[in-house]
Design a protein around this ligand. Structure first.
Ligand SMILES: [Zn+2]
Length: 208
């Protein structure tokens, strides 16, 4: 498979998602024939992007980006925490479905981040593992002297930014795809009130 133009592909897909988000913000959803689409998709899937986002019921990627069946390969964990199976799911999208774009989409008022900020030492079943993974970002955020919701948002931003580095370090498949320009990456944050997705950082390959 030629990788020619892959860098532009990821950018193109991101613009498509941003357009979808603009529709969502305005409450103008694209009409689709889901029955036809469902039938077509029985032949296979060819999603255009992989999205890592929170399990929070208010932030489903497909609705926020106004996409449909077959468009997005979505991995959701509370607080976007990474573990072998969630990384493996993203790797599958990159290595086998050849998505040209990976979106890390966090959100405001994240409960998992709030817990890591308020109770970094909490011990409650497997929830502990979630909080522990966000705790370093919470500690970093605390060092800025912020408090209240500003502290939670700072911790969220720190955590989201750390995920790119963590994915590059923990996943050879994703790291190589990024380095070789086969994959673009956007780190973004969803605003609960406006419905808008803001870019925190973006890595687009300029090769074409
Ligand atoms: Zn959340």
């Amino acid at each position: 498979m030629a990788h020619h133009g892959q860098g532009l592909m990821g950018r193109k897909v991101w613009y498509k998602l941003i357009e979808g988000n603009m529709r969502f913000v305005q409450g103008l959803f694209q009409g689709r024939n889901l029955l036809d689409l469902r039938g077509t998709l029985t032949k296979g899937q060819q999603p255009e992007a992989a999205v890592l986002c929170c399990s929070d019921s208010r932030v489903p990627a497909e609705i926020i980006f106004d996409q449909s069946l077959g468009d997005l390969f979505v991995v959701r964990t509370a607080g976007l925490v990474l573990e072998p199976t969630s990384i493996g799911s993203l790797e599958y999208a990159v290595a086998h479905l050849h998505v040209p774009l990976l979106v890390i989409k966090g959100h405001e008022s994240c409960g998992a981040v709030t817990a890591a900020v308020a109770h970094p030492d909490m011990d409650e079943g497997h929830i502990t593992a979630i909080v522990q993974q966000i705790a370093p970002a919470a500690a970093q955020a605390r060092a800025t002297g912020k408090n209240g919701s500003a502290l939670v948002e700072e911790a969220t931003n720190q955590h989201l930014q750390s995920l790119e580095k963590a994915l590059r370090q923990q996943s050879r498949i994703i790291g190589e795809a990024l380095e070789q320009g086969r994959l673009d990456l956007v780190v973004a944050k969803y605003r609960l009130q406006t419905g808008k997705v803001d870019v925190l950082s973006a890595t687009f390959s300029e090769s074409f």
